[in-house]
Design a protein around this ligand. Structure first.
Ligand code: PLZ
Length: 455
């Protein structure tokens, strides 16, 4: 840490931090590449906005036509420290020159151990921990389930309505939404059970977090069986499902009940982790110490890396050789993680996320007051969203309006702001700017959103 603090941590990004459109979006060069994409890449791999990126840094993506777009997506909550952050680029480049791979299970190296030490230190709780590294969020989720089953000797895994945990066979079973994630891809893994989430905006009548937890717990007790349940796996703020923030007390009640019943409380912080929500991990907002925590995305500044971190007794219950994979904890990805973690701490990106929240949330609430189509404004830190409903239904049916959400998002794209949608009903616009986004780009992006909402 001191070594990099001596250098300029926040060194100037290589890309001018200014929105600038020089062609239509997408421009002709992107369109040519997209024609090749359609001919060469499986149609199953979609692209939301076919601008082909050439460079990116800070809060800007530059496409092959020279357009500079404001980034409100961070590649789905990955580039928390900024794209091609100079410190990440430097350490990754150095590692590539030293060695690119040995396989940690064959001949190990220090960076893997350092990443695990950092995770054990940074994740909630001061108890003794261990970590294991993987390549993707879904792979880490799968491994958390393996570990939970091994430790408890139980099979059942409980997940929640609107939850998202990945696209592999086990994690498809854990993911709630059928299209596009599951349709036609079954049969799915067994012993996965879904129970009701606390989704304050969509409760038929207001209920407290404790009441929503009691509802979920009753479902587990009656439909799954407490003694059969290995783990409850939950996103403290749901990501793909619509940035659903459960009512206060919901997570704490579930975690306490898990602890009383020998069920592991597993937090999927793949999207919420690494300062994104204005805390290093979202569990901290409610003082929750999960038995295991799953991380990925923001962990390594854009390099593919994921982890499971948990109580030492749980993590060490697995027989030697029971966890692994050729690339898990690849040294280049680990170098990216060590740089990203230094940046998150050194630049205090937890505070940066809170500053983004104070600017953005106020503006989104202002917009909601003026637009009857905004049913709800929610989220924490730099993980904020608006839920779009048919005008006039906000106080009554709250009927989702995915077409309007898509229209607003497309209008933002046309004006040079990369926004994403999400949600079970596809009607949520979500905002995930890099935590290093300059203030003027944040403000400009919000102005453009306001214009897009106005239609
Ligand atoms: N758990 C909470 O958000 C990934 C998926 C995008 P992988 N979310 C983005 C898409 O359409 O595939 C995610 C997540 C949570 C697990 C995952 C899975 O992480 O690294 O995509 O496997």
């Amino acid at each position: 840490m001191t070594e990099i603090m001596d250098r300029d941590l926040a060194s100037t990004p290589t890309v001018e931090q200014e929105r600038r459109l020089v062609t239509a979006v997408p421009g002709p060069a992107s369109q040519r590449l997209h024609a090749r994409k359609l001919a060469a890449v499986s149609a199953g791999v979609g692209t939301m906005l076919p601008i082909y990126v050439e460079r990116a840094a800070g809060g800007i993506l530059v496409d092959v036509d020279g357009n500079h777009l404001i980034d409100f997506g961070s590649g789905i909550a990955v580039t928390n420290v900024g794209n091609a952050a100079p410190e990440v680029a430097r350490r990754v480049t150095q590692q590539v020159g030293e060695f690119t791979h040995t396989c940690f299970m064959v001949t190990p190296y220090e960076a893997y151990v350092q990443v695990c030490e950092a995770l054990n230190r940074l994740t909630p709780g001061r108890h003794e921990k261990r970590s294991a590294l993987f390549n993707t969020g879904a792979e880490a989720v799968e491994n958390a389930v393996k570990i939970a089953r091994r430790f408890t000797g139980r099979d059942a895994v409980v997940v929640f309505d609107h939850g998202y945990h990945g696209r592999t066979n086990l994690t498809m079973a854990m993911t709630a939404k059928n299209m596009p994630y599951k349709d036609g891809f079954g049969p799915f893994a067994s012993e996965i059970y879904r129970v009701p989430m606390s989704y304050p905006f969509r409760e038929p009548a207001p209920i407290s977090g404790e009441q929503a937890a009691a509802r979920a717990i009753t479902a587990i007790d009656k439909q799954v069986g407490i003694n059969r349940t290995a783990a409850v796996v939950i996103e403290p703020i749901q990501g793909e499902g619509g940035f659903v923030v459960p009512a206060p007390g919901f997570l704490t009640a579930i975690a306490a009940w898990c602890a009383e019943n020998g069920i592991l409380f597993v937090a999927d912080e793949v999207q919420t982790g690494f300062a994104r929500t204005g805390a290093m991990f979202a569990c901290e907002h409610e003082g929750i110490v999960p038995d295991m925590i799953i991380t990925a995305k923001g962990i390594a500044g854009g390099l593919p890396l994921a982890a499971v971190t948990g109580r030492a007794d749980i993590m060490d219950s697995v027989h030697g050789g029971g966890l692994g994979g050729t690339y898990g904890g690849n040294p280049v990805a680990c170098a990216g993680a060590l740089a990203a973690i230094d940046l998150i701490e050194g630049l205090d990106l937890v505070s940066a996320a809170r500053r983004i929240e104070s600017v953005m949330l106020a503006r989104l609430q202002e917009l909601a007051a003026a637009h009857p189509g905004i049913g709800d404004v929610r989220g924490r830190g730099a993980m904020l969203a608006i839920e779009i409903v048919k005008p006039g239904t906000r106080e009554t049916t709250k009927e989702p309006d995915p077409a309007e959400a898509a229209r607003i998002s497309a209008a933002c794209h046309q004006a040079g702001v990369v926004t994403l949608t999400c949600g079970t009903y596809g009607n949520v616009l979500r905002f995930l700017p890099p935590l290093v986004i300059p203030e003027h780009l944040l403000a400009e992006g919000l102005d453009i959103l306001a214009g897009a909402l106005a239609g």
